[in-house]
Design a protein around this ligand. Sequence first.
Ligand code: GLV
Ligand code: MN
Ligand code: MN
Length: 428
Amino acid sequence: MTEATEVGSTSGPGRTAGSDVAFLTDFAALSAFGVTDRGGVHRETATDADAAQRAWFGRWLADRGFAVAYDRVGNQFGLLERTPGAPWVLVGSHLDSQPFAGRFDGAYGVLAAAHAADRLARRRGTGANLAVVNWLNEEGSRFEPSMMGSAVFAGGLDREAALDTRDGAGVRLGDRLAELGQLGDDDVLTLDDVAGYAEIHIEQGRELEDAGRTVGLVEATWAARKYDLTVTGEQSHTGSTVMADRRDALLGASELVVLARELTERLSTADSPLHTSVSRLTVAPNSPVTVAREVRMNLDLRSPDEDLLERADTLLHERIPAISEHARVEVGVSGSHAWGVRPFPAAGVALARRCAEDLGLSHRTMLTIAGHDSVNLNAHVPTIMLFVPSEQGISHNERESTADDDVCAGVDLLTAVLDRLAAGDPVR
Ligand code: GLV
Ligand code: MN
Ligand code: MN
């Protein structure tokens, strides 16, 4: 037995002595796509690195007998039809990354899904058909919004609108996917074909690590509201323009950045936290010696308490006129993306808990703060969301890491959960 397989239980369905090593080896191969100097990945949607990785993953699936196909928005599926006509259980996550981000966010869940389905296939069981999915553009960094492919699949976003989005250089997503040969011409699967969905992901926080637990059973998601803000001033000379005459868009934007933090200082409590950030500014003309005429920026508000999020929204809108007046700018606000506090089905959490206990894995029920493709699926099909720990809670960072033992334990748990879902255990 190898060192890796001595960790945790070896009784998981379909697990073999070498399966941990096989997973870690494949994960190392996957992490080479878009690798950065500091060991992270830079693999935004429909970049060369993302496309090459998808091609590699497609070959991995095909080599193991999966039928591989892209749907009409570029979601990538690997289908294992075990019982013709039976419903499909879907399992997956996303392979795209934020810029200069970590190896685990999304990619871990996709590979774990593929290994879990492959382990079950090797047992030659019957039951539901299994579909592994790599959702298009979960991150929403190059093309907005985030969780795009799963939103289209779940009917929450128009497919043509998604394909029509453009990156900062004006590249249209649909054109780019077609150029890469990663846009299909049918749906592959529809919601009606799907009996259940499971996803495993790194936690991206440090609750599991702080509690010393190996897996998280996600009960609900925090609510989120994302805004696009446009601050309009007037371009002028940074040296010669009289201070009182300036209409500095970057000053207005800076005050909004500070306001975002002030909202948490005013409203957040231990029981009802509020997380806020501005994370992107696009400044025009962004030139030395020229006062900015326009800043486009985002603003991201999150809380497990929808009332508090509403109060934050109200306070934000109340404070904007004073910032406009002080910086002599106009501020336009539009909502770009939002979701509410949504529980995952309790029966699914109970199913996952039984699986964790059978495997001897310490566990904890918890909320997800980050959005996931599972949030889109959960609105329509019985959905189970699982976490493994993130070292120090670091994520969207090249230092993102999860211990090998936890990585392998998570694959075992996902395999057991998928096995139960495919056998038709009730999730709600
Ligand atoms: C993911 O898309 C998030 O916004 O957390
Ligand atoms: Mn993710
Ligand atoms: Mn992410």
